[in-house]
Design a protein around this ligand. Structure first.
Ligand code: NAD
Ligand code: LMR
Length: 342
């Protein structure tokens, strides 16, 4: 196929029909935290998208050079740079999708929750600007701890009177990307075919890969299930330790975030067959936020797929119960933070 098709297929392997129904580049995407470890490769991958007309890059520093550099790629989108709070409003006006990877990453020995004190405030201030300038946009939150930063964002949007639960997403795509990779490796499967739903949240045991729901259907021994589940749950820490103080996953994260952006743009463009796992407001369990597969449409979450949680194994069912107290506490911590700041 053409470069267009191959780029689209690679970033979003699920969309077999997408290339045929894609419209011209017409969407505006903003990245907040665009000069960072995730922001830079994510900017590059979004610059490769045939669906994007404007790529708006925002950071508190160093974004001019990143934008100048990316702007030389001969792909359709125009690249624009915005530095510091005074330029944030113009960055956001009229955008269709806002991706937020702003914030500090982990160092060895830290949990994602250890980032709360710094990142909660960063997410809060960015979401206030989103609420004021592009309340209709799809909002993709990457900044950790995602289990808490998404509830914070929801509360801030509520306070501003513009909360639309169908358009606020915690990006948990990397968990699916990792699960697909590790399962394919372990079972000798062709990667392009493997799809593992990952539910719950995005930290430690709250990350629950539903290996029994892997497509195509695969069987695992108890030992394999245990080993794969733990590896998927600890994959972020695996990278943090390998980077030894220089940060956490950036390249695989950018790949995963670009896939989620591309899926969102395809949904906006009317593709009727777009499914992704993501951490959203949900009634699937008693928890107010929960990651699961959702169907994406023009208005955001079109439906939450409940069938993945039906007929799960005993191992998965007990892991699901075990993750609930931690996820609940992280959600409540976020909500409480947003209320205290009012
Ligand atoms: P980084 O430090 O390399 O980059 C962060 C960027 O955010 C920097 O350029 C910084 O200037 C910018 N920033 C800080 N405050 C800002 C503000 N108020 N407004 C705009 N930009 C601001 O970090 P990174 O490796 O890119 O990671 C970013 C975040 O993503 C971390 O919180 C990390 O834990 C998280 N993360 C999430 C996932 C996931 O699966 N959801 C995966 C990897 C990393
Ligand atoms: C990841 O899963 O890689 C991210 O959440 C970053 C981290 O701190 O592990």
């Amino acid at each position: 196929g053409s470069l267009r098709e191959s780029v689209t297929t690679r970033v979003a392997p699920k969309a077999k029909s997408a290339a045929r129904i894609l419209p011209e580049a017409s969407y505006k995407v903003a990245v907040l935290g665009a000069a960072g470890g995730i922001g830079q490769p994510l900017g590059l991958l979004i610059k490769m998208s045939p669906l994007v007309s404007e790529l708006r890059l925002y950071d508190i520093a160093n974004v001019k050079g990143v934008a100048a550099d990316l702007s030389h790629c001969n792909t359709p989108s125009q690249v624009m740079d915005f530095t510091g709070p005074a330029e944030l409003a113009s960055c956001l006006k009229g955008v269709d999708v806002v991706v937020i990877p702003a914030g500090v990453p982990r160092k060895p020995g830290m949990t994602r929750d250890d980032l709360f004190n710094i990142n909660a405030g960063i997410v809060k201030s960015l979401i206030e600007a989103v609420a004021d300038n592009c309340p209709e946009a799809f909002i993709h939150i990457i900044s950790n701890p995602v289990n808490s930063t998404v509830p914070i964002a929801a509360e801030i949007l509520k306070q501003k009177g513009v909360y639309n639960p169908k358009k606020l997403f915690g990006v948990s795509t990397l968990d699916v990307v990792r699960a697909n990779t590790f399962v394919a490796q372990k079972k000798g499967l062709k990667l392009i075919d493997v799809d593992v739903p990952v539910v719950g949240g995005h930290a430690g045991i709250t990350i629950l890969p539903l290996l029994s729901k892997t497509r195509p259907s695969v069987t695992f021994t108890d030992e394999e299930t245990e080993q794969l589940t733990k590896r998927i749950q600890n994959a972020g820490t695996e990278v943090v330790e390998a980077k030894a103080g220089a940060g956490s996953a950036t390249l695989s994260m950018a790949y995963a975030a670009a896939r989620f952006v591309e899926s969102s743009l395809r949904a906006l463009a009317g593709d009727p067959d777009v499914y992704e796992c993501t951490y959203v407001q949900s009634e699937l369990t008693e928890l107010p936020f929960f990651a699961s597969r959702v169907k994406l449409g023009k208005n955001g979450v079109e439906s939450i797929i409940s069938s993945d949680l039906e007929g799960i194994t005993e191992y998965e069912a007990s892991a699901l119960e075990a993750l609930k107290p931690e996820l609940k506490a992280s959600i409540e911590k976020g909500i409480e933070f947003a209320h205290k700041q009012q």
